[in-house]
Design a protein around this ligand. Structure first.
Ligand SMILES: Nc1nc2c(c(=O)[nH]1)N[C@H]1C(S)=C(S)[C@@H](COP(=O)(O)OP(=O)(O)OC[C@H]3O[C@@H](n4cnc5c(=O)[nH]c(N)nc54)[C@H](O)[C@@H]3O)O[C@H]1N2
Ligand SMILES: Nc1nc2c(c(=O)[nH]1)N[C@H]1C(S)=C(S)[C@@H](COP(=O)(O)OP(=O)(O)OC[C@H]3O[C@@H](n4cnc5c(=O)[nH]c(N)nc54)[C@H](O)[C@@H]3O)O[C@H]1N2
Ligand code: SF4
Ligand SMILES: [Mo]
Length: 729
């Protein structure tokens, strides 16, 4: 018997805490927190219920251990075990035939949250010639990245320093439950110093509990609140006059614009007292350095996501809270190989770019606009990852599958995602999946989506493969480490699938690294750090540089400014103007509440121990949180004759789903449901696919392209008209 202790990382959430793993004869027999490696915090590890389950997840009886091929009808749950070679040969042959018939655009892929490394998928798709990757970017990450890049010339790290920062706003973000990480610990340290914390969230979350000022905004009314804050800052001259005069573009036009949004007016739209809006503006502007964090609450507001991000970007800038210690930091290009290069983004032929479904439909999330923006970011050497920021609008892809318009999309490879539970409009997706010629799922477990596949490939998960988190190459920080064990059974890292498939489809010279570890190690080389040193520390980071815009450019002898059209922070966006979109933040009027649908639904509340649709199959975790919650204020529950613990149907125009009532102080117009709920212990086949129709929040949502934002394609997960109906037990 050989027993060793190895350093590795958890990845049951995007945070990747350091673990010390006991390995006995190649099997994980124990895990504990590793205080020596980044990231570590004892309090986090005490609270987190996921990592102790690593051995149970590695050995779970439901894990997919061998390649599976469907033998019965789609969704029949009948599978036979095959070899990796057979699976890859057959999938390659079927894709080659579909490509011959319909062109490479006939293949789509689906990606999800931060569970794995996505660049091998993007690399394969570029080389195969398909622009049709779809994912969750439009409602997670992209709105903020696009807007910050257009406003500041690059993305920002939202920094919070317990000692330097004097005021913090957390807006539409709930780190107490979503990101049980050093960030939340930092918030607590910051609060322990007695400094102000403003939380903007319709729901009194655990994060809001820690606030000195809680603003329970009406769901979706955030852009009006942001404009109200700008109004106060401009009216009372609370802005940084020097920064505005020297580094901002369009201040006068913004000032004129925000005159329309006095707190007295905004109060009615947001459901907030005018005095609180005044107070928040003064705290943020006067207590600098101040920081302002945003989260999914704001990325999921449909057409109002872009205006709210733009207004907030302007608020940071005019108050001088940009690229300054303790405030928001403009991040820097990595020293290591960025994702933009690993995904080979430049190699997609122009003819295939033209096939992109967003073309002519979305103003910003398309190749032409990306190139316009890349020319700007390149002024300071920045290259954003192309494939996330041009990813196809999922609704256009699902529709193309169903209708063949504008061309047939006949195959789908699903990687580290479960679209039937996590993308909008589960019924549409269900129909689209059933219509396809070929579905391949790269998975750890038979998810509802994987149950509909033709092939399921067994993927190596946490502790079975190296991890490297790089913020998609938008910042000069990487963290992670090595695998603890070789993959069990016939599981393999995702990389092996893409390399194996690519090599069968004529991409041989393009996959020079033997395996994922070699590829990962090679990507760090330019940063002059060996894989071994990196793994020992768990992190590669460069000290942050601040005030970069005021550095003197040796060529011109002038300040370097910002990588935007005007060289300044674009309060007035020249690129939005070029694209025919509103150059100043312009909220879109929300649909009025009606007698039929008198409430506004937020879908997507996150609670430990789950992560999206994952982890419900572990009885130890399920016992900690057995029911899917619909949260509402006591007044709202009274109005609908509901009490804590009552079963309730939540109904929207799209459908109904069943939850359990939970009373939480909230904006009285709001209801909030969890997402990702299914019952994996139920039969893993049609009908039901693990009982995915009963409590699935995405039965209630719509991803329709026609009602989504016109720039990026963001659809609405928050602020959906809904009603409540008491359900029988
Ligand atoms: N209504 C509503 N819908 C939402 C949201 C919301 O707030 N409201 N949030 C959205 C957001 S922000 C996100 S990011 C998405 C998340 O959506 P998804 O990413 O689809 O999340 P999961 O359901 O956890 O699916 C991840 C799957 O990946 C598998 N997996 C884990 N590790 C690996 C790996 O290394 N390789 C492979 N191949 N598979 C792996 C897991 O078994 C799991 O089935 O959901 C979105 N959907
Ligand atoms: N336990 C757990 N942790 C997770 C995940 C998970 O599924 N489970 N998912 C992971 C993923 S993929 C992501 S992207 C991150 C997201 O992490 P966060 O960005 O922190 O997202 P949420 O936890 O959804 O918090 C968003 C908050 O916005 C609020 N909100 C909803 N609608 C509105 C609105 O209209 N206006 C405002 N101001 N607020 C609103 C919600 O009440 C919620 O508290 O979490 C990650 N961590
Ligand atoms: S689940 Fe997330 S917070 Fe918990 S140990 Fe793993 S990486 Fe850390
Ligand atoms: Mo996400």
């Amino acid at each position: 018997m050989t027993v060793k202790t190895v350093a590795a990382n958890c990845r049951f959430c995007g945070y990747q805490c350091g673990l010390s793993v006991t390995v006995t004869d190649g099997r994980v027999t124990g895990v504990r927190p590793d205080p020596e490696r980044f990231p570590h915090d004892a309090a986090i590890m005490r609270r987190c219920k996921r990592w102790p389950n690593a051995p149970a997840i590695l050995d779970h009886p439901d894990r997919v251990n061998y390649p599976l091929k469907r033998t019965g009808g789609r969704g029949s749950g009948e599978w036979s075990r095959i070899t990796w070679d057979q699976a890859l040969d057959e999938i390659a042959a079927r894709l080659a035939a579909l490509k011959d018939k319909h062109g490479p655009e006939t293949l789509a892929t689906s990606i999800g949250g931060p569970h794995t490394t996505y660049w091998p998928l993007h690399r394969f798709m570029t080389l195969f010639g398909s622009p049709n990757n779809m994912g969750i970017g439009q409602i997670c990450w992209n709105p903020g990245v696009w807007v910050n890049t257009l406003t500041y010339g690059w993305h920002i790290d939202m920094e919070l320093d317990p000692h330097m920062t004097n005021c913090a706003i957390l807006w539409g973000v709930n780190p107490a439950d979503s990101d049980n990480s050093l960030f939340w610990e930092t918030v607590k340290l910051y609060r322990a110093e007695g400094k102000p914390l403003i939380v903007v969230d319709p729901r009194r979350t655990a994060t809001a509990e820690a606030a000195t000022l809680w603003l329970p905004v009406r769901p979706g009314a955030d852009p009006w609140l942001a404009l109200g804050l700008l109004h106060v800052v401009v009216r009372d001259k609370l802005y940084d006059e020097y920064f505005v005069a020297n580094h901002c573009h369009g201040f006068d036009r913004l000032a004129e614009h925000v005159r329309l949004y006095p707190p007295s007016h905004v109060a009615g739209l947001t459901g907030l007292p005018a005095a609180d809006i005044e107070k928040a503006a003064r705290l943020y502007a006067a207590e600098a350095p101040s920081t302002l964090y945003t989260g999914r609450g704001l990325d999921q507001l449909g057409p109002n996501s872009i205006p709210v991000h733009h207004a907030i970007a302007a608020l940071r800038a005019i108050t001088g809270n940009l690229d300054y210690p303790g405030a928001s930091h403009i991040s820097e290009m990595p020293d290591f190989t960025p994702e933009a290069d690993l995904e080979l983004s430049a190699a997609l032929p122009p003819s295939m770019r033209d096939k992109q479904l967003n073309k002519g439909k979305l103003l910003l999330q398309n190749y032409a606009a990306f190139e316009r923006v890349r020319d700007l970011t390149m002024k300071r050497g920045g290259r954003l990852p192309l494939r996330y920021l041009t990813s196809a609008h999922p609704n256009l892809v699902w529709q193309a599958m169903l209708t063949g318009d504008p061309y047939p999309v006949r195959a789908l490879i699903v990687m580290a995602s479960n679209p039937l539970l996590t993308q909008a409009d589960s019924r549409l997706i269900h129909r689209a999946l059933h219509s396809l010629d070929l579905i391949v799922a790269l998975e750890l477990f038979p998810t509802s989506t994987a149950m509909l596949a033709d092939y399921i490939l067994p993927i190596a998960g946490v502790l079975e493969k190296p991890v490297l988190e790089t913020k998609a190459g938008t910042a000069n920080i990487a963290y992670g480490g090595d695998a603890a064990v070789r993959p069990y059974y016939e599981r393999r890292p995702d990389y092996d699938f893409w390399k194996g498939l690519g090599e069968r489809l004529g991409q041989s010279g393009q996959w020079p690294w033997a395996d994922f570890r070699e590829a990962t190690a090679a990507s760090l080389k330019p940063a002059d750090i060996s894989w071994e040193d990196f793994c020992a520390q768990g992190i590669y980071a460069h000290p942050s540089n601040y005030l970069k815009y005021s550095e003197i450019d040796s060529d011109t002898g002038r300040e370097r400014g910002f990588a935007t059209v005007s060289g300044r922070v674009e309060l007035y966006s020249e690129v939005f103007a070029e694209l025919g979109a509103a150059p100043l933040p312009a909220p879109q009027t929300q649909a009025p509440l009606t007698a039929d649908f008198p409430l506004l639904l937020m879908t997507g509340a996150r609670y430990h121990p789950y992560y999206a649709s994952s982890h419900r199959r572990l009885p130890a975790l399920r016992a900690l949180h057995p029911d899917p919650w619909a949260e509402m204020d006591a007044a709202t529950a009274d109005r609908f004759g509901l009490a804590e613990g009552d079963a309730v149907w939540v109904e929207t125009e799209r459908g109904r789903a069943r939850f359990v009532t939970k009373i939480t102080p909230m904006n009285p117009d709001a209801v909030s449901v969890e997402y990702g709920w299914w019952y994996p212990e139920k039969p893993a086949r049609e009908p039901g696919l693990g009982d995915m129709w009963t409590s699935n929040a995405n039965v209630l949502t719509s991803g329709d392209y026609a009602t989504a934002d016109k720039l990026v394609g963001t659809w609405t997960y928050n602020g959906i008209p809904c009603r409540l109906l008491r359900a029988g037990m």
